[in-house]
Ligand binder design. Sequence first.
Ligand code: HEM
Length: 221
Amino acid sequence: MAVKTETETTVETALSAQLREGTREDHARAESTPFVADLMAGRLDVAAYADLAAQQHAVYVALEAAGAALGERGASVALPALARVPAIESDLARLWGPAWRDRVDLLPATRRYAERLREVATTLPGYVAHAYTRYLGDLSGGQIIKRMLARHYGLADDVLAFYTFDALERIKPFKDEYRARIDALELTGDERRAVVAEARGAFDLNRAVFAELGARHAPAP
Ligand code: HEM
């Protein structure tokens, strides 16, 4: 039996599986960031959630601008049905009123994240890395986060639109389909490795936003 070289193995493994494996540790770290853990445990408040939504708005504006441009060029992973910007805007308008834009106070980490998206998400490998990290996260852990936010802070669906994907019929089959779309991309081994590296970077960028949010919103003593 022929022994595969490392390169061959990597090329043969589906990209979605490489992404899951390659970001497993980053995911565990992101999940256990104090801000995320405190928010999930009910130790923060609605203001902390609103601030998170405001940071996410800047991130998704950048991600979805890149996605729209790629979608026009036929990219199979840039799907209007995933769009989160209208949902976040509706959440923020409910939370902060019609002048919500005046209350947005972007963190330096959010600016860096949006800047990175403007730099790399305009290319297919860059976009896939970031779309994977955010959208599959929102469709997975995001659904748990939504329940926790409703439970701990009494938030109703009309301020949790970000976590509600009305344009998708059912989440689980969609996630499988999205992974299949990722796996069908024609990318070289080097490009796939770059995608995984960029996804790891995307987790770092998220972690940095959580760290700065944590400095702004400490749990009550
Ligand atoms: C409290 C916070 C979080 C919880 C409880 C959580 C939970 C989960 C769970 C249970 C899954 C697996 C779902 C499945 O197998 O279908 C998952 C997947 C995922 N999460 Fe999270 N998550 C959290 C935070 C995050 C964050 C902050 C990010 C990135 C910004 C993220 C990105 C992802 C991604 C990309 C996946 C898909 C993994 C894959 O199947 O390839 N998650 N999450």
